[in-house]
Design a protein around this ligand. Structure first.
Ligand code: FAE
Length: 544
């Protein structure tokens, strides 16, 4: 058993064993590769780029349907303990494992009392990346499991009306009846015991915010999670090694989290037909020069093999008939734009790159009174949110975020999701050969106004004030980063209603690029559920 999940299936066990054995042997390929060499070029009937949510669901269902599948992931496999016996480093002692090819950490909170808190690190293929695009930078997970390795585990199903507004062409009845429940089951979503929440030290910080919200007449609600709350309870009892209670969050969790390598990816590997190749960066996609050749290959990928300093050590070509893009909102969009604008796939449409948004993310913090202690030992996994999404003027869903510093700080921190109609777009820059996001600071203003309306109300009701020392200058609302990049290949706009790329048989988008910019809640449950829906149709219609 893993925590209070159902007994582990034989298939998942096989997958977990495959992952652990590959890690123990220092391999970056897991599972028996279906690839067959044809001259210089390898071939696989299906290829999935990335190993995040959309990719993991897709690979599992392809494997179950009997289709040999290769997954290509630019990050590393995160199953091997380092010299300190841990796979990941924590936020208080970050080392080279923390960030992707950086020489300094780049934390979302840049300072405390205006002192910088980022640390020097060795350049390495670490687990969290912060990709800079002018006024917006985008946090993403790098490694086998994608964002699931670094995220806050909040597993929130959107309100039905908001989902229907975002996806007017998707049957919402069917989503809420079939695919959201299937996604929650596959992800291992669990719920906190309210009695334990009311008494534990780990969520003192959330209770303080809850009390303040109540005073302001606001509603709070518990947030479901893929962090095992039973494990967390035992962490507090000191019965097991600490993870969420040991400042482990955005640089990975050594215990307790049901990241994709323990759920969907393990199941996919357990089918015996899926293999994962880590440290493989997909650079380019083009049409196969010999259509109808081996297996009816339609696309050829150029794939760089990386070492752990990020250096390219080899370049290979891989041909496939069915190509699924699950490289995340900006990763997938970049591959498509590069293919279109370099002339490799010139008929890709003008809608690619459009409809991008940061899910209205805003971070802010309040200073508490001395009697409102938020606790020195805070769970890194948020469990409570202020739900003001139905506010007609300023809809906000604000999770109460931890500040797991190991000392009392008297700070209440929030990551707010606001309704923001502004959209950015992504273009291909030939000089740097990368995708560039066009998003201006002014695009974030609706988010700031909404967050300000809510938190002004909280401060007024509790006689508290904003913290102005946490974001590197004196700003009180931080909108220069997002954890939730969405869009770039929007479902039903840049693709058909199931993620197929028009005019390109066998080419599919399967990840957060499908979600139009703003969802009202944290996105991974929706990404997972949409991928479940889409691949079911694609397997039935395109792969039989
Ligand atoms: P994603 O998980 O981003 O995976 C894409 C994968 O593709 C990555 O592993 C990349 O390394 C890989 N890749 C990219 N380009 C290439 C390439 N060219 N070749 C090979 N591989 C490539 O995709 N969401 C929630 O719902 N709840 C939360 O609590 C939450 N907290 C978050 C906290 C943090 C710090 C971060 C960064 C994100 C958080 N998110 C949260 C967002 C969530 O993790 C994100 O929406 C999903 O991971 C996106 O899933 P995708 O399938 O789109």
């Amino acid at each position: 058993m893993i925590g209070n999940m159902n007994p582990i299936s034989r298939r998942r066990l096989l997958g977990l064993v495959a992952l652990n054995s590959a890690a123990a042997l220092g391999l970056d390929i897991v599972g028996s590769g279906p690839a067959a060499a044809t001259g210089r070029r390898e071939y696989s009937p299906a290829v999935v780029v990335g190993t995040g949510y959309g990719a993991a669901v897709t690979a599992l269902r392809l494997g179950e349907a009997g289709i040999p599948t290769i997954m290509l992931e630019m990050g590393r496999l995160w199953d091997t303990p380092g010299a300190d016996g841990r796979v990941f480093s924590d936020m208080l002692h970050p080392d080279r494992r923390s960030m992707w090819l950086k020489q300094r950490t780049e934390l979302p909170l840049a300072s405390f009392l205006w002192f910088g808190i980022d640390r020097r690190i060795e350049r390495y293929t670490g687990v969290l990346d912060r990709v800079h695009h002018g006024d917006m930078s985008v946090y993403v997970g790098r490694g086998v499991g994608g964002g699931s390795l670094v995220n806050g585990a909040m597993a929130v199903t959107p309100k039905r009306a908001t989902f229907a507004e975002a996806f007017p062409r998707v049957d919402a009845d069917e989503m809420y009846r079939v695919y959201f429940p299937r996604a929650r089951e596959g992800l291992g979503v669990n719920h906190i015991d309210p009695q334990w929440f009311a008494a534990c030290e780990a969520y003192r910080y959330a209770r303080v915010s809850g009390k303040h919200a109540e005073r302001a007449g606001l509603t709070t609600r518990f947030v479901p999670s893929v962090y095992d709350f039973d494990y967390l309870r035992r962490e507090e009892e000191r019965a097991v090694p600490r993870s969420a209670l040991a400042s482990e969050v955005i640089f990975g969790n050594n215990h307790g989290k049901r990241s994709l390598d323990r759920t969907y990816l393990a199941d996919a590997l357990g089918t015996g037909l899926v293999s994962i190749q880590a440290l493989r960066h997909v650079r380019a996609i083009e049409r196969c020069g010999r259509p109808g050749g081996r297996g009816g290959a339609r696309y050829v990928l150029t794939v760089d093999e990386l070492d752990t300093t990020g250096r390219r050590v080899a370049t290979r070509q891989l041909a496939t008939r069915h190509l699924f893009l699950g490289a995340g909102s900006l990763g997938t969009t970049e591959l498509l734009l590069r293919a279109r604008d370099t002339g490799a796939l010139p008929d890709l449409g003008g809608e690619i790159g459009q409809g991008w948004g940061p899910n209205g993310n805003v971070m802010t913090a309040r200073a508490n009174h001395a009697w409102d202690r938020t606790g020195a030992t805070q769970s890194g996994m948020p469990a409570l949110a202020i739900d003001a999404w139905d506010d007609p003027r300023h809809p906000v869903f604000a999770e109460v975020a931890p500040m797991p510093a190991g000392v009392e700080l008297w700070v209440s921190l929030y990551l707010a999701i606001t309704r923001n109609p502004e959209r950015g777009h992504v273009v291909y820059d030939a000089t740097s050969d990368r995708a560039v996001l066009r998003w201006d600071a002014s695009n974030a203003q609706p988010s700031v106004q909404a967050a300000k309306a809510l938190f002004d109300r909280l401060n007024a009701a509790n006689h508290t004030a904003y913290r102005a020392d946490l974001f590197g200058d004196t700003r009180t609302f931080e909108t220069r980063f997002t954890y939730h990049p969405l869009g770039g290949a929007v479902l039903g706009v840049a693709t058909d209603d199931y993620g197929r790329v028009p005019g390109h048989p066998g080419l599919y988008v399967t990840d957060s690029a499908l979600v139009p910019g703003n969802l009202g809640v944290n996105p991974f449950v929706t990404i997972t559920a949409l991928a479940e829906r889409n691949i079911e149709r694609i397997v039935a219609e395109d792969l039989r």
